[in-house]
Design a binder for this molecule. Structure first.
Ligand code: PLP
Length: 493
């Protein structure tokens, strides 16, 4: 494909949405993907390539799914056993979805939340991944210009998913490390009041529980206070719970669904849940996103809108059978969480031995790594400088905190579940030798401090760059910029 048109020509030919940069992809979060795509690590073919640690994928348990598919050939429509269903499934196109699919999803959502809450299949609305489902709910709730409060740091692609086509806007509510980035009612009130003073209509609050990028969960009291906040202001609460089944150690996950059942005074019609199989089951390619709303009108409108992003009927058919196999689901959820726990423990313990700490977390597919001690000074310029070294020299694609709208420089999100054990080993070795080089550099320029103190100080760095750099301009302007859902940027290990 040629990209010959000039910017000026496109200004005339294309829509404002098409030519605006509302896609939000001009960010190091996406640039990192490009760096990986240019030079992807492969243990044999490209052992010095970039390791993809910017991809929140759960690749630890596909064997369990493959095994189930092998044992259930009738669930696929391309096998001898399943071909009988081919015609019906290939013709099915009702935007309500296959009843057995909605039942199975409702049951899975309950199990992924510890079986403490039940979901009504008639409230399940399909979307093309949580990406599609989240845009749909924004279209239902907001007019262009309306705003949503979101505690920051928040998922980098929300800038695109929630704002670009809907023309709604995000108001970050900044949280910081002093209380482990927890949201407070006070911070919400301040942000809400400020928006009102600027004549911005706040339509809701959006949280991601468990959090991306923090890997932490909201406790019951905080969730209750958030429900009270939206009730008091008569605005919506959207809970993105797409990481609910990635909780791998205590405390256990509490869904907003549980909280509103317990509360005496709660306007349920203000509550909406986003769910997906992308993270919980490691099936992002299936594009199964769910909007579950307690508001009847939202369910009805969203269902009509879902025509723009349905889940294909063959996927529904397969998953209806898989997710209604209770024994399989129960076993998958337990085993997957064990594997995540093991990987998380290995990764964080090894980092700790090198003097690198992460925010204490118990969920998600990533850690929130604290590299503040490595910054030349506490600025986002220094964070970018460090990020470039990590990408270009250490050859790891990690995502800098700035892309998640955090206000304190020096934090990085590092994904640990999208690769095999050997690749984790290579990544840890690279970090180890990077830290070792910093040590040596320090030792050659400053007198050796006493041993314990040396460990505390060892991560303070002044950089000297060498090696190849990515031309920033090329990365940012490339028409081939990969989106996070592109199969081309998958970890090839
Ligand atoms: C918090 C959050 N919401 C939504 C999405 C999009 O998920 P999906 O692949 O189901 O569209 C992601 C993906 O990383 C995410 O982290």
């Amino acid at each position: 494909m040629g990209f010959h048109q000039t910017h000026e020509t496109n200004q005339v030919l294309l829509s404002k949405i098409a030519i605006s940069d509302g896609h939000g992809e001009d960010s190091p979060y996406f640039d990192g993907w490009k760096a990986y795509d240019n030079d992807p690590f492969h243990p044999e073919n490209n052992p010095l390539g970039v390791i993809q640690m910017g991809l929140a994928e759960n690749q630890l348990s596909p064997d369990l799914i493959v095994d189930w598919i092998r044992k259930h050939p009738k669930a696929s429509i391309y096998t001898d056993e399943g071909l009988l269903n081919f015609k019906d499934i290939a013709n099915f196109q009702d935007y309500h979805g296959l009843p057995e699919f909605r039942n199975a999803i409702a049951s899975f959502m309950g199990k992924a939340r510890g079986g403490r809450v039940k979901f009504d299949p008639s409230r399940i609305v399909m979307g093309g991944g949580a990406t599609g489902a989240s845009e749909t709910v924004i279209f239902c709730l907001a007019d262009p210009g309306d705003a949503f409060l979101i505690p920051s740091p928040y998922y980098a692609a929300f800038d695109r998913d929630l704002q670009w086509r809907t023309r709604a806007q995000i108001i970050p509510v900044h949280c910081n490390s002093s209380n482990n980035f927890q949201i407070t009612r006070e911070a919400l009130e301040v942000a809400y009041k400020k928006a009102e003073e600027s004549n911005i209509k706040v339509k809701g609050l959006i949280i991601t529980n468990p959090s991306n990028p923090l890997g932490t969960i909201y406790d019951r009291d905080t969730l209750k206070s958030l429900v009270n906040f939206v009730n008091d202001n008569n605005i919506h609460l959207i809970c993105d719970e797409i990481y609910s089944a990635t909780v791998f150690k205590s405390p256990s996950f509490t869904s907003i669904a549980e909280i509103i059942e317990e509360m005496d005074h709660c306007k349920k019609e203000l509550i909406h849940i986003l769910s997906s199989l992308s993270k919980d089951m490691g099936l992002p390619g299936f594009r199964v996103g769910i909007l579950y709303s307690y508001n009847d009108t939202v369910v009805s409108i969203a269902r009509k809108m879902s025509s723009f992003g349905l889940v294909s009927s063959q996927t529904q058919h397969l998953l209806a059978a898989m997710l209604s196999d209770e024994e399989f689901v129960d076993n998958f959820l337990v085993e997957n969480s064990k594997r995540l726990a093991k990987r998380h423990a290995r990764f964080t313990e090894e980092l700790e031995k090198m003097g690198i700490t992460c925010l204490n977390s118990n969920a998600g597919l990533f850690v929130w790594m604290d590299l503040r001690k490595l910054l030349k000074d506490q600025s986002f310029e220094s964070e970018m400088e460090l990020w470039r070294v990590i990408i270009n020299e250490v050859k790891l694609n990690v995502s800098p905190g700035s892309s998640f709208h955090v206000t304190e420089p020096g934090w990085f999100r590092v994904c640990f579940a999208n690769m095999d054990d050997n690749t984790v080993g290579v990544a840890l070795d690279r970090i180890h030798s990077f830290v070792g080089k910093i040590d040596k550099k320090e030792n050659s320029t400053i007198p050796m401090p006493p041993k314990k103190k040396h460990r505390e100080n060892k991560l303070r760095l002044s950089f000297s760059f060498s090696g190849r750099r990515y031309e920033e301009g090329n990365v940012l302007k490339s028409p081939h910029m990969m989106s996070p859902h592109s199969p081309l940027v998958r970890a090839k290990t």
